[in-house]
Design a protein around this ligand. Sequence first.
Ligand code: GRF
Length: 203
Amino acid sequence: KRVVVFISGGGSNMLALVKAAGEPDFPADIVAVISDKADAGGLAKAAALGIATFSFVRKDYASKDAHEAAILSTLESLSPDIICLAGYMRLLSATFINAYEGRIINIHPSLLPLFPGLHTHQRAIDAGMTQAGCTVHFVTEGMDEGPVILQTAVPVLPGDTVDDLAARVLVEEHKAYPKALRLVAEGKVRMNGGRTLRDEGGL
Ligand code: GRF
């Protein structure tokens, strides 16, 4: 399966996917990395690994539609089977999502449906949560609300700072995302009618 990864920043999740996809038995190849930031740190890291990179800076386009049209046109030439959003800080339009329905996945640093949106670790600490974690989910029109593919929980420890918790979750993100991509690429987990369908053992 051909995979394109979207990033906006350092791309640590993208790197975890690239590393996993380098394993001979992995059912997907990362064919390109796309960013909405020309200076995203992950672009240089991907390029250094010989992966095609593309950046589409929003202010270079007259509208969100034009911005997405440019990305969609490049995607057509890349013909991805799956799109992985990995620290991509921009919402995709319904048009974009429908063009790749059931084939866009995202990683979010909370146990959705708890704490969609930003500052998830601060909110978990403020709420006195004793658990936090990450969720890989299918992308649908709403932000961080698509059907879940895989989740990992971590403890929130007394005295945790945001950085402590973020670091603990990030370690799990780097394990969960490749596992989730494998399941989707193998067809063991798919989205159907807005719900997750799992083959036996597709946990
Ligand atoms: C991660 O916490 C990820 O869950 C969120 O953005 C953060 C940075 O991701 N989406 P990365 O290091 O750019 O992959």
